[in-house]
Design a protein around this ligand. Structure first.
Ligand SMILES: [Zn+2]
Length: 329
């Protein structure tokens, strides 16, 4: 017993395909004995590996939810070996609100791990994932993209890990996902992330950043759909060969990748996503919004590479992540 109040409405250990919910009691003004209902699909066919595929960890990122809705609607038990657990919108209240964090408790699910069984709604979801879903899985894919405030070149990522065998397994799975870019990722803020919770349990983990701006494109959705199926093939759950295209390998060696804004204003991008830049060159200028006649502030790359991510909205605030420059390997 984990003490977590979430009860699944479908079994995890029966063959076939089951669509249901993770039901989390949530008593509130408009529903005294109400629940948060997180959609889940479990597909199982005999013994074999288990893959956990999640999207909507942040509620304003759409490639994962779309690709996983499609997978849940089309995967056939007879087409797999083992088990696939699909949760397209893990922070479902945030997903319904179209926001990064939960409108119930302002919780950022990907900063809430390992969670608390007696905490907020978001902490309870994290705790269920940490104590029930992740332990069942051999391989975990958690889809992300930039949400409303960031935009990324489409990449799959693995992290630098102390256990080099585990890191190699994660890198192999990332390569099987086969996004147009493949990154060894440095997190600026890894505490509380699902990523860390999975990796600490010794599992194979792949994450993505497939676009952003609070929407998805035909191209970014295609990358997500292909990547999920490739990952299941790599895990031995789906049969068939991998569908592979060329990928550009990126590295984020240190904090010099990140450029943070120290002004408020309007962004005047000098380069676009995927463009090359040399150390010291201007990435973007920030114009004052309150007056004319003042020179813009120039923001420069602290290392050479390509523009991997940028602030998405036209206005930027002090402290926002303005740009990320990654090294091409
Ligand atoms: Zn995210």
């Amino acid at each position: 017993m984990t003490g977590n109040p979430i009860s699944p409405t479908i079994p995890f250990d029966q063959d076939g395909i089951h669509h249901g919910f993770l039901r989390l009691p949530y008593s509130r003004d408009d529903s005294a004995w109400g629940s948060v209902m997180i959609p889940i699909t479990v597909v199982r066919n005999g013994d074999g590996p288990t893959a956990l595929l999640t999207g909507g960890n942040h509620g304003d990122e759409y490639e994962g939810p779309i690709a996983l809705q499609e997978l849940a609607a089309t995967l056939k038990p007879e087409g797999i070996r083992g088990r696939v657990i699909i949760v397209p919108a893990l922070n479902h209240p945030a997903f319904l609100a179209g926001s990064r964090t939960s409108p119930i408790d302002q919780g950022n699910l990907n900063r809430s791990f390992p969670g608390k069984p007696d905490g907020t709604v978001t902490q309870k979801i994290a705790h269920f994932v940490d104590t029930v879903l992740i332990p069942m899985a051999d391989i975990v894919l958690d889809f992300h993209s930039g949400g409303k405030t960031l935009n990324f070149v489409p990449f799959a990522a693995a992290h630098v890990l102390e256990n080099k065998d585990q890191q190699a397994a994660c890198v192999a799975a990332m390569q099987a996902f086969n996004a147009p870019y493949s990154a060894t990722m440095l997190e600026i803020d890894s505490v509380g992330m699902l990523d860390t919770a999975v990796e600490q349990k010794g599992k194979v983990f792949v994450t993505t950043e497939l676009g952003g701006g609070g929407t998805a494109t035909a191209r970014s959705i295609g990358i997500a759909k292909k990547g999920a199926r490739n990952l299941l093939k790599h895990a031995g759950i789906l049969s068939g060969g991998l569908e592979l295209s060329s990928t550009i390998t990126l590295d984020m060696p240190d904090g010099d990748c990140f450029v943070f804004c120290e002004h408020s204003g309007m962004i005047d991008p000098v380069i676009d996503l995927g463009d090359e830049i040399a150390e010291g060159e201007v990435i973007a200028r920030v114009w004052q919004t309150e007056r004319t006649g003042a020179a813009p502030i120039e923001y420069r790359a602290k290392r050479s590479g390509i523009l991997m991510a940028r602030h998405f909205p036209g206005l930027v605030k002090m402290g926002d992540c303005l740009a990320v420059v990654a090294k091409v390997v």
